[in-house]
Design a protein around this ligand. Structure first.
Ligand code: MN
Length: 132
């Protein structure tokens, strides 16, 4: 079964690009435009993987990960930070907070799906490949 992936991103350009790439690859997508909505959708829909911006209004990506960790009913899934925070130390900070991966913006469309799929169990990968 193909994974359902939650995208939490306040920037519409980044959000639409990530959504387009994942949908084109065959994934089911949920979208949130800020961290608060993202946290609620994660808890309600239990996606298989979460892609999360760090700098967002209402709740940051760090707030989202803390909010999930506090919930006893939350079953951990891969959490991928996709962020413009790409200075020295930012990756380590994201990983220390509990993210499984840190991908810097701008994302590389030709590598993005493979980067995400490396965090999905094989049974949840869509296996569709696009040519660019
Ligand atoms: Mn942002």
């Amino acid at each position: 079964m193909r994974a359902r992936i939650l995208i939490i991103e306040d920037d519409s350009f980044s959000r639409d690009l990530v959504k387009f790439l994942l949908e084109s690859a065959g994934y089911g997508i949920l979208v949130a435009e800020d961290g608060s909505v993202g946290l609620a959708l994660a808890l309600e829909h239990k996606p298989d993987l979460i892609i999360c911006d760090l700098q967002m209004p209402v709740l940051s990506g760090y707030d989202v990960i803390r909010g999930l960790a506090k919930r006893p009913d939350w079953r951990r899934v891969p959490l991928i930070a996709v962020t413009a925070f790409s200075m020295r130390g930012d990756r380590e900070k994201a990983l220390a907070a509990g993210f499984d991966e840190h991908i810097s913006k701008p994302i590389a469309p030709e590598h993005f799906i493979a980067q995400i799929e490396s965090h999905l169990p094989e049974a949840l990968r869509a296996g569709r490949r696009l040519r660019y």
